[in-house]
Design a protein around this ligand. Sequence first.
Ligand SMILES: *Cc1c(COP(=O)(O)O)cnc(C)c1O
Length: 360
Amino acid sequence: MSSYVVSREDLAHNYRILKEKAGTTPIWAVVKADGYGLGVKAYAKELYALGLRHFCVTEPREAEALRACGFSDISVLMLRQLSDPAEIRSMWKSDVILTVGSLEAAARINAAVDGPVSVHLKIDTGMGRYGFLPEQLSEMIAVYRGGKHIQVKGVFTHFSCGFCDDALTKKQYEQFRKTVSALEQAGCETGIVHCCNSAAFLKFPEMHLGAVRLGSALLGRMSFPTDLKALGTVETTIEELHFLPKGYTTGYGAIWRAKRDTTLAIIPIGWSNGFQVSCKEDRSRAVDCIRGGLRELRNLLKRPVTYVNINGAACPVVGSIGSLHCAVDVTELKGKCRVGDMVRLSINPMHQKGMEVVFR
Ligand SMILES: *Cc1c(COP(=O)(O)O)cnc(C)c1O
């Protein structure tokens, strides 16, 4: 059976590094997407044990899972607006901080609850979903002034290009700061002001402000080099040693042909488990289409090799990765591996599927 192993030591290592960089700024752990694929409950328990007390989610069921952990001293922020009155009410009852990004959202909350409710205002500085535009200052002020049950406890934004465009991120940051100042000048208490996701946090210490919202950095899965440890190792076993004479092929499409007599280790992990699956790239801009196209062309010519670890040796995956299986060339191991031996490989937690998640 294959397991998906998350090293507690590596998670602690990442947290230590992030905490050092954050200094006195509180870290809000983002556990959306079912805890980035690790299971909200299991993952949150690990984070809690490390000392994290602030969590962010995007789904009511994730907030409920956090509450079901029984922690009495955590705060939970819902990062998006909710439209369903029943969901709003149930989140309010669970003492979840809600997000308000429009007057309509504020009205829905005021209508759904019958007591004080904490919210953070969301400002749209370029992500273009959920949030007041910076020029909608009077609407934001109206949330404060007209707000029956609503109590604003924070103001935040979410950068669209923290990982890829520093100049634009700085511009969005400036716009965010200006909006926050305008609110303050209008006599509105802004509470906790926050804007950083992992990429912005690591790149721009001056943007940390009142809190930082970290997801991928805790998992050490950034798109640029860092001193964090990438979490998430699959442990599986060699299910078959398969001999292929020179000239024979393996895998769908028969794209790989043995250039010599070859021994393959067949492992029961494929793309449906998330192996070699990558985040969908944003190809909406012409420049990204060209960049992506060039990269694919380069990859096609170079055929970058994916390695797995067998008995301490890096062994190349050959042929196309199937939905549930792939083949590894173990010819170089010269018989020093057997059916049942352990194979280790890396998969992003967000993509892993169909395996038991184990923290240890
Ligand atoms: C996902 C998300 C984050 C965390 O993003 P990472 O890049 O994984 O750190 C922070 N804020 C909001 C609003 C998000 O949706």
